[in-house]
Write a protein that binds this ligand. Structure first.
Ligand code: NI
Length: 163
């Protein structure tokens, strides 16, 4: 089911999400909904906060063919490269906005998979950027938080003109 994606300044985007205690059929259904919503909106990542669900879950697909969905429950960055890269990022909660953020080039993420097992996976380049962006979301952080007050104003002005 496609869910409504909340837009900034919705309170859910500023809230720290709670850990998922048990991977239930309901959780799996929510993850499917999140992926469906993300694909429908042509995004490459979505965090539960963005559908006003305050649980620590993210989905991603940064592949060219959009055929490599990833579902991460309680994701946590356990290692990151020293090397950083800057890529222009979009966000489904900030329609029309495009922001450059400095991020780690690779990150290793610990998470629960859909069977409830603890896993670790290393993400590189665009996948690593996306993972950092989405994990920020479940911590109540958006890319705006990396910008100066003046840059934030510019982005929000531009968003207003889009609506
Ligand atoms: Ni986002």
């Amino acid at each position: 089911m496609i869910r409504h994606v909340v837009k900034f300044p919705h309170a859910a985007l500023k809230t720290v999400a709670k850990p998922v205690e048990k991977v239930t059929p309901q959780i799996l259904e929510l993850l499917d909904d999140m992926l469906e919503t993300m694909y429908a909106d042509k995004g490459c990542g979505l965090a539960a906060n963005q559908i006003n669900l305050l649980s620590r879950m993210i989905v991603m697909d940064c592949s060219e063919k959009h055929d490599s969905p990833v579902k991460l429950i309680n994701p946590e960055i356990v290692w990151h490269s020293e090397e950083q890269i800057i890529v222009k990022e979009g966000c489904l909660s900030f329609p029309g906005a495009c922001v450059e953020v400095q991020r780690h080039k690779s990150v290793r993420v610990k998470y629960l998979d859909t069977t409830g097992k603890t896993q670790e996976k290393t993400f590189e380049a665009v996948w690593a950027i996306c993972a950092q962006h989405e994990i920020d979301h479940i911590n109540g952080i958006t890319f705006l938080d990396y910008l100066s007050k003046q840059e934030q104003r510019q982005i929000l002005e531009r968003m207003k003109n889009k609506v």
